[in-house]
Write a protein that binds this ligand. Structure first.
Ligand SMILES: [Zn+2]
Length: 169
């Protein structure tokens, strides 16, 4: 769930095409229901409520701290320094009286599980879209968040490049 929340920013690494889904009208209301149906932790959560209006800016700050910390951990670059910020973010979201059934509380619990996950090397960054994802494949060889979307796109662009090079030579 915490990664789904972090991934609500699409193409984060591309300033021109970067899109924050939570800035679109109604998304903060509809996201919890969709997320709980699709996320890997759906067994853990019941119905999840949207983040209360007054808690939203704190929640967005937490989202950014989640992304910064886990991205740094995957890249093995400066994660320990960012962990303190993330823990502070988690703590302040709980202190700002997140509803126990709210997306913010669910995100806190999910992030804590991810911090302590026994096999952190399974967390990866999609080569195509930059999303954080957990590689649950047996041989841990997944490079894309979703083979059907990003895997095929990467294959198609490789194929296109090869054809173009063939023609050029
Ligand atoms: Zn992807």
């Amino acid at each position: 769930m915490a990664l789904d929340v972090a991934n609500s920013v699409i193409l984060r690494h591309d300033p021109e095409r970067r899109t924050d889904r939570f800035e679109a009208p109604g998304q903060m209301e509809s996201f919890p229901k969709a997320a709980v149906n699709f996320c890997a932790e759906r067994e853990l959560f019941g119905d999840i409520l949207p983040v209360r209006q007054e808690n939203r800016s704190g929640f967005i700050e937490l989202r950014e701290a989640i992304d910064r910390y886990f991205r740094a951990r995957v890249l093995d670059h400066g994660a320990d320094a960012l962990l303190a910020d993330l823990l502070e973010g988690l703590s302040s979201v709980l202190k700002q009286s997140a509803s126990p059934d709210g997306l913010d509380a669910a995100t806190v619990h999910s992030a804590l599980r991810l911090i302590a996950m026994p096999d952190p090397e399974r967390m990866k960054i999609c080569r195509n879209c930059g999303w954080l994802f957990i590689d649950r494949s047996k041989n841990r060889s997944r490079a894309w968040c979703d083979m059907a979307v990003c895997g095929n796109r990467a294959k198609a662009s490789r194929h296109y490049r090869r054809r173009r090079e063939e023609r050029a030579s």
